[in-house]
Ligand binder design. Structure first.
Ligand code: SF4
Length: 352
């Protein structure tokens, strides 16, 4: 598709996207089928052009606090599924306060509070509200909550306590695949929670998993499914097989599909937030993902932290380099830098 285009033509393609051109299914198919490395680089080039038009060399940074790894669900891809016999933790409020203290003064735009669907918080959602209160009190930064599927009343209550963003990944809009991944969970309840959250003023993040049985057609279904509600943030992550789960033996695919999809997301959602997660390939992987068109770095944790990530490529690594300073240092080597907090607040509609 881009093979014979020179830089002028690629620039023109990027401009067409900025001017509102929509990708057809056939465009998506052609992009997702790219295998040639020169053509792939051209796709990334167009994606970077579009990103730079909206965001320049500025990047947003989210720190990640996985405060409970307990979960009642059985997602086939997830290390924390309830059937897996692993050590789990639930942080005390004081632990959370201490993590916030470590993050004070760092270049972080938002704190992502993540948990599994932990019955302790689902039975008494005000416990979750207390976590938000503490983070607000200590850091006064926007807050993303990634708590699983909450009911409308709880979403409203957490919004009242200052939650700004809801992250809730469908993982796939291919309903057959969904049944195999999010075992025993409602497809439509998940969509409803995001839609309701948007209605009451949250920004929302949707995401898909790749390398998990999604072929090109299934991926197109997912991309179009995500586009329906035009979330403020859209993500893709490569599946990493997790010990003790039903998909433990599945062979991990390369990052090729994820990088392609990041670029495609940039062309479908030109002015949206698209993350480069440190959780898949660490700080070197962050570079590839930003070069594919991402503009956010997620899963940043304080230095020396033993907090869990979601996919945890580095669970057994000694040096994780996922702290804010290492990230900013690396960004600068790429000619990029953290955006101003006011730019981020504008996207969120937050008055500082
Ligand atoms: S993906 Fe989330 S909801 Fe599913 S098992 Fe893991 S922690 Fe639980």
């Amino acid at each position: 598709m881009f093979t014979n285009m020179d830089n002028n033509e690629l620039d023109k393609y990027a401009q067409n996207i900025i001017d509102g051109m929509q990708l057809s299914d056939d465009d998506l198919r052609k992009m997702l089928l790219i295998n040639d490395s020169m053509e792939l680089e051209k796709l990334h080039y167009v994606a970077r052009k579009v990103r730079d038009h909206y965001f320049g060399n500025k990047v947003f940074l989210y720190s990640f606090v996985y405060f409970s790894t307990h979960c009642k669900n059985r997602c086939a891809f997830c290390y924390y599924n309830t059937m897996n016999k692993i050590n789990r933790y639930r942080l005390e409020l004081e632990d959370i306060r201490n993590i916030c203290k470590q993050l004070k003064g760092e270049q972080i735009h938002m704190v992502d509070l993540t948990m599994g669907e932990d019955p302790y918080f689902y039975e008494e959602p005000s416990r979750f509200a207390k976590v938000i209160d503490i983070v607000k009190e200590e850091l006064n930064l926007p807050i993303m909550v990634s708590p699983g599927v909450l009911d409308d009343k709880t979403l409203e209550m957490l919004r009242g306590h200052g939650a700004n963003f809801l992250a809730l990944y469908q993982e796939t809009y291919d309903e057959e695949l969904y049944k195999n991944l999010r075992v025993g969970q409602s497809f439509s309840d998940r969509i409803h929670a995001r839609e309701f959250a948007q209605k009451i003023g949250y920004c929302v993040e949707d995401g898909l998993l790749t390398g998990v049985g999604n072929d090109v057609e299934s991926t197109i279904i997912s991309l179009k499914g995500m586009a329906k509600d035009n979330p403020q943030m859209v993500r893709v992550m490569t599946f990493i097989p997790q010990e003790g789960t039903p998909l433990e033996k599945k062979v991990q695919e390369s990052n090729l599909s994820e990088l392609k999809i990041i670029s495609v997301l940039r062309l479908m959602f030109p002015n949206r937030l698209i993350p480069a997660s440190l959780d898949v390939e660490g700080i070197e992987g962050m570079v590839y993902r930003l070069n594919a068109g991402a503009n956010v770095v997620t899963s940043i944790i304080p230095s020396d932290s033993s907090l869990e990530g979601v996919a945890n490529y580095d669970r057994k690594h000694e040096e994780r380099k996922r702290d804010p300073k290492s990230v900013v240092e690396k960004l600068r080597t790429m000619g990029m830098e953290p955006a101003a907090q006011s730019d981020f607040n504008r996207i969120l509609g937050v008055v500082a």
